[in-house]
Design a protein around this ligand. Structure first.
Ligand SMILES: Nc1ncnc2c1ncn2[C@@H]1O[C@H](COP(=O)(O)OP(=O)(O)OP(=O)(O)O)[C@@H](O)[C@H]1O
Ligand SMILES: O=P(O)(O)OC[C@H]1O[C@H](OP(=O)(O)OP(=O)(O)O)[C@H](O)[C@@H]1O
Ligand SMILES: [Mg+2]
Length: 285
């Protein structure tokens, strides 16, 4: 039987959370700091530890079948490659920035100027779409220093908190794209491996739904139950169980992490007490 070959980043921003996701979907492997390949103990999967930037070519060649990779790298180096899941971590932007005293306020204002970047294909695509040209300096790291050393008028790089821009006296003037970790796949996968991938996708979806939801339990007087239940979305409808104390019930349900604080405030105002909030490991609908 074939193994599904999954690539993850060997070291860097994506490594830890990729390992964590694999663990959460039941794929246990040894930490790969000193190895390039590991087999899962209980699933037909091999994990390859690679450089993020090299992964698109491996997918294209069919040397690996799937990969956890930054969407920005797929856009830069593998725009032809499909991705099948957004994974919700390593969220960042790829942005244009200029020295904070510059008059430029969009990519258009850099027409005819010099831009330093590690993402030349992405920048070229945006320049072409806007019908402008600029000179690109391709550098692999510390891009934010380029304007300060006179190498470029602006940069295109990853922005997350914005602190690297701030420390280098730069300001963001245009967001080219937003990125997060994704599960990308090889166009060359055979049917046997596609079947393993389908199982993995199902597991990933269950884990991500769980991560985005909270299980809540609360107590309420019976005469307030109708009002409280109206507030709760729930998977189907909330579970209501009688408490030992007469006239009171316990209500259990699942709510989305995003709505969480608003719903808790409303529940309290409608008479809910003893609200417990628990993480959900996996959720299968
Ligand atoms: N500051 C950040 N905040 C959030 N996500 C980020 C940040 N910097 C990078 N990323 C995301 O993590 C990915 C990996 O970044 P990292 O700097 O670890 O490696 P890299 O230099 O892009 O890749 P390689 O593995 O080829 O060395 C990026 O492609 C991007 O998707
Ligand atoms: O907006 P911020 O939160 O400051 O994050 C942005 C910085 O993070 C990344 O660099 P990283 O720390 O990965 O270093 P690298 O250049 O060595 O990859 C990216 O290249 C930016 O420089
Ligand atoms: Mg980096």
């Amino acid at each position: 039987m074939s193994n599904l070959r999954i690539a993850i980043q060997k070291a860097g921003r994506l490594h830890e959370e990729s390992m964590e996701l694999l663990k959460d979907i039941g794929i246990s492997i040894d930490n790969g700091k000193d190895q390039l390949k590991a087999s899962a103990r209980d699933f037909p999967v091999e994990v390859f530890y690679l450089r993020n930037g090299d992964i698109p070519q491996y997918l294209r060649d069919g040397v690996v079948d799937a990969a956890i990779i930054g969407e920005n790298i797929i856009i830069e180096k593998g725009n032809d490659l499909p991705f099948v899941e957004r994974l919700g971590f390593s969220k960042c932007k790829v942005s244009i920035a200029v020295p904070k005293e510059s008059d430029a306020s969009s990519l258009k204002d850099l027409a005819g100027k010099e831009i330093a970047t590690s993402y030349p294909e992405t920048v070229k695509r945006f320049l072409e779409a806007q019908g402008i040209s600029a000179k690109l300096h391709i550098i692999n790291g510390s891009v934010e220093i380029a304007p300060n050393i006179g190498l470029a008028d602006g940069i295109c790089d990853i922005v997350s908190s914005g602190s690297t821009l701030f420390k280098n006296g730069l300001k963001e003037i245009e967001v080219l794209l937003k990125s997060e970790a994704v599960l990308a796949i090889s166009p060359k996968m055979d049917d046997e491996r596609k079947a393993i991938l389908a199982k993995i996708q199902f597991r990933i979806q269950s884990v991500l739904k769980g991560r985005n939801s909270k299980y809540i339990l609360l107590n309420a007087p019976n005469d307030k139950l109708d009002d409280i239940i109206k507030i709760l979305p729930g998977m189907r409808s909330p579970t209501v169980l009688p408490l030992a104390e007469k006239g009171w019930s316990s209500v259990h349900t699942v709510i989305s992490k995003n709505q969480f604080w608003e719903i808790i405030d409303e529940l309290k105002s409608k008479g809910a007490e003893g609200i417990l909030v628990c993480p959900i490991e996996k959720m299968v609908l």
